[in-house]
Ligand binder design. Structure first.
Ligand SMILES: [Fe+2]
Length: 230
């Protein structure tokens, strides 16, 4: 993806989130220059991969396959292991109509996907087979405290206010319906480096062509700008 495209997408996403009453924390707006002066006090943002994340999942076609995410809070894998401290995570996401986040499941993360505002969200569900394929068995999920059983491949469509709990090992792909949709995610600690199992091998993070300076940094940019200082 071109950096100019990413900058434009972030500008638009920020506006959309604000329009729906969601305001991001201060680090969302730190400039690349400001990042170069940050010290050890900001290490949680980097270590827990908080912040902007615009991805085409390596598709080269963001309009068709892609997602905009902002990780608001996240703990560390050690927190999960010891059941202490920040064992939870929260994200905001934005998807366009028919813009796909392809089939994947999580090895250890249970997540609630919540429609916070805008359009609707379609989510297609399959159990996974032992060798990582799509199973033909019925899928049982909880949606806002009510349990449902659906046939394999069922598409759930969530309206603003509705949510679904996606347990580990459950394949899901999703896309926006009717209009751009603001999505929330509340989950246990999120580790995007090792917890995502895509059905087809995809890159979780995009390759970037630097055709202009970054407006704000994305999670993948931190190592280039942030030097841990005491
Ligand atoms: Fe997921």
């Amino acid at each position: 993806m071109k950096r100019s495209q990413i900058n434009a997408i972030i500008r638009e996403a920020d506006e959309f989130m604000r329009a729906h009453g969601f305001h991001l924390p201060p680090f969302a707006y730190w400039t690349p220059e400001e990042w170069t002066h940050k010290g050890e006090e900001a290490s949680e943002i980097v270590d827990c991969m908080l912040g902007w994340d615009v991805t085409d999942m390596g598709s080269g076609n963001f309009e068709k396959v892609g997602l905009i995410l902002f990780t608001v809070r996240n703990g560390r894998v050690e927190n999960l292991k010891t059941c202490t401290g920040k064992t939870y995570a929260e994200k905001l996401m934005m998807a366009e109509v028919d813009q796909l986040t392809p089939y994947h499941f999580h090895w250890s993360k249970t997540e609630d996907i919540i429609v916070r505002g805008g359009g609707k969200l379609a989510i297609q569900l399959y159990n996974s087979t032992e060798d990582g394929g799509l199973a033909d068995t019925d899928v049982t999920v909880s949606m806002d405290g009510v349990r449902y059983t659906f046939p394999a491949g069922h598409i759930v469509v969530l309206s603003p206010g509705e949510s679904i709990t996606l347990p580990t090992g459950l394949y899901h792909q999703f896309w926006g319906v009717e209009s751009r949709v603001l999505i929330g995610e509340v989950s246990v600690v999120n580790d995007d480096n090792s917890d995502n199992r895509f059905l087809e091998s995809l890159g979780r993070f995009p390759t970037i062509e630097e055709d202009e300076p970054p407006l704000y940094l994305m999670v993948g940019d931190y190592p280039r700008y942030y030097q841990r200082r005491k």
